[in-house]
Design a protein around this ligand. Structure first.
Ligand code: N01
Length: 536
């Protein structure tokens, strides 16, 4: 076939996206004997761990709770080197998995999906990619990632900038050398907080542009010795069980005791222990009431503010680094490694864009309302059009040409976070209204469900599955009820799309906890796939 001819491939299932969730989906469907293939926009596997190759990118979940559990052999042969593995190690791991289970032959790279249109007559999707190739799957499984559509500031002039620039979520393969350069990092979310200390280490000058400070706590990472790895392996069943009981799919569970009824010194001792422990325990293993009761939340928030003040020498600067608009845990808190200490260094400065907005990018740097910053490199750690952004960038059309973008205009609409009314045979894995915490611990369950559903349909001779609109309405009510009354309810955060100008506020994740999520899906499935219509 000549290059000018595009390929048309008819098949049972197409999985879009070779991230940790998509890879497992490919594996499970293949195991079921489904004729399945995968398309991926990048040149390699890894998803978030392929694109976010910026210095400092690493897990903030324990490595072994984020990796796969489906294969005892894989657990036996893979050694994690750190409690919170860095991006290169995770990318290696995912490549290892793909080769270990002979999945690479099923993946076509450099195929960014531009449109997916349901063909009612053929009961198939027509999926077109940027290369012009056409895929005709019966079932379309999207594993697009919740943080994969990078967002940029709206200030004009970036095309004029003559230096180097990159977004943390689209980091160049060859990297960027900051040595002796004048660098700006825009954004102080998890990505910004991870990259800032490494830029500060090499750069001659670093200006951090902060729109809103975050409540960052230390990662307290450490190397995994061979003895510890052996111990992890011997406890892997226990670790799995812990992830299944935890609302966030992690090793951590909230302390159910009331922090408000506790003596102040006893409560403080708990906070000290959490602050000095590894990982996200301050957020995920804290008292349950800090997420629910403003008074309890105020206590932990005041505690962390005190720890920040003790680390930043200049009191005025410390205050600018302490959030005033939200309490701890209302937004996803970043983990850091020496972030606050960086601001004690003379070559590092902080610009609060609330007081000093960026006006434009220029040929030589950034112009603000107060002056000009000469720069060699600009790092955009400005986040993502989260959860729905990756869907909105594809022209997805269901029955009667209905655009998913229009169906989701006021916020995502799904049934069980897995399917969408009016979009037959479209499955979402790691999409809206289903995920929280350790993403693969939500999506491995979803991928198993999709594989079992597709295999069941094949056995029963059914070709089309679609949820009822009423079931979708019920799910949306359930998702929204889960966030009501929590401290997160009023947060300005990507979890509500509030970082995207003009986006209608809607909760995009699932706050009910993964055990409840799984129970709900299992109950509907056991009840004859309640809420779904199947047809032949
Ligand atoms: O993105 P973010 P992220 N001018 O949206 C600011 C996961 N993750 O890539 O808060 C100036 O959190 C924006 O300001 P504001 C994790 O779930 C995990 O850092 O919107 N600033 C914010 O400070 C995380 O939550 C790891 O007011 C602008 C920042 O840019 C999620 O990914 C590592 C701006 C964006 O922060 C997203 O994190 C990294 C503008 N015009 C990420 N526009 C792990 O550790 C935006 N900002 C596993």
């Amino acid at each position: 076939m000549s290059k000018s001819q595009s390929a048309v491939t008819t098949l049972d299932a197409l999985v879009v996206g070779a991230g940790i969730s998509g890879i497992y989906q490919l594996y499970t469907l293949n195991q079921q004997g489904v004729d399945v293939r995968m398309v991926e926009a990048g040149t390699g596997v890894g998803g978030v761990w392929f694109w976010n190759r910026y210095p400092g990118a690493r897990f903030d979940s324990e490595s072994y709770t984020y990796g796969y559990f489906f294969s005892p052999e894989l657990i036996e042969e893979w050694d994690w080197s750190e409690e919170y593995a860095g991006q290169p190690e995770t990318e290696r791991y995912l490549n290892h998995v793909v080769d270990r289970f002979d999945l690479r032959r099923l993946i076509t790279f450099e195929q960014r999906v531009v449109s997916a249109v349901w063909d009612s007559e053929a009961a198939r999707w027509t999926v077109t990619t940027s290369s012009g190739d056409v895929w005709r799957p019966r079932h379309l499984v999207t594993a697009l990632g919740i943080l994969s559509a990078p967002a940029f500031p709206s200030a004009p002039g970036l095309a004029d900038f003559r230096g180097e620039w990159a977004h943390t979520g689209l980091w160049p393969d060859e990297g960027i050398d900051f040595t002796g350069k004048k660098v700006a990092v825009i954004g102080t979310g998890s990505s910004g907080v991870q990259i800032v200390p490494l830029v500060a280490r090499d750069a001659e000058q670093l200006v951090v542009f902060q729109r809103s400070p975050n409540w960052c706590t230390p990662i307290n990472n450490f190397a995994i010795t061979p003895e510890r790895m052996a111990d992890i392996r011997s406890r892997i069943g226990e670790i799995w069980d812990a992830t299944q009981l935890s609302p966030s799919g992690s090793m951590h569970r909230p302390i159910m005791e009331s922090s408000l009824e506790m003596a102040a010194d006893q409560r403080r001792a708990h906070f000290d222990r959490l602050y000095d422990s590894p990982g996200l325990i301050m957020a995920l293993g804290n008292f349950r009431d800090v997420a629910l009761d403003k008074r309890a939340n105020d206590n932990v928030t005041a505690y962390i503010a005190e720890r920040i003040r003790a680390r930043v020498h200049d009191p005025e600067l410390a205050e600018r680094l302490i959030p005033k608009d939200h309490g701890f845990g209302q937004k996803r808190p970043p983990l850091e490694n020496g972030y606050y200490e960086v601001f004690n260094e003379p070559h590092v400065s902080l610009v609060s864009t609330g007081e000093e907005p960026i006006v434009r990018f220029t040929e030589t740097g950034i112009e603000t309302v107060h002056g000009h910053y000469d720069l060699d490199v600009i790092v955009f750690a400005t986040g993502f059009e989260a959860v729905v952004g990756s869907y909105n960038r594809i022209d997805i059309r269901g029955r009667d040409g209905l655009a998913l973008r229009d169906h989701w205009e006021a916020g995502p609409r799904t049934y069980l976070g897995l399917t969408v009314a009016g979009f037959p045979n479209l499955f979402l894995v790691g999409g809206p209204q289903s995920v929280t915490g350790v993403i693969p611990r939500a999506t491995d369950f979803q991928a198993d469900w999709v594989a079992a559903t597709v295999a069941g349909m094949r056995e029963r001779g059914e070709t089309v599955v679609e949820p009822a609109e009423a079931a979708e309405d019920e799910w949306i009510d359930h998702v929204n009820a889960g966030i009501v009354g929590t401290m997160q309810e009023t947060a300005e955060s990507w979890a509500f799309g509030s970082n995207v100008p003009g986006r209608k506020r809607a909760y995009l994740l699932y706050a009910g906890g993964l055990p409840q999520y799984r129970e709900r899906v299992k109950a509907a499935t056991a009840d004859g796939y309640r809420g779904f219509k199947f047809s032949s």
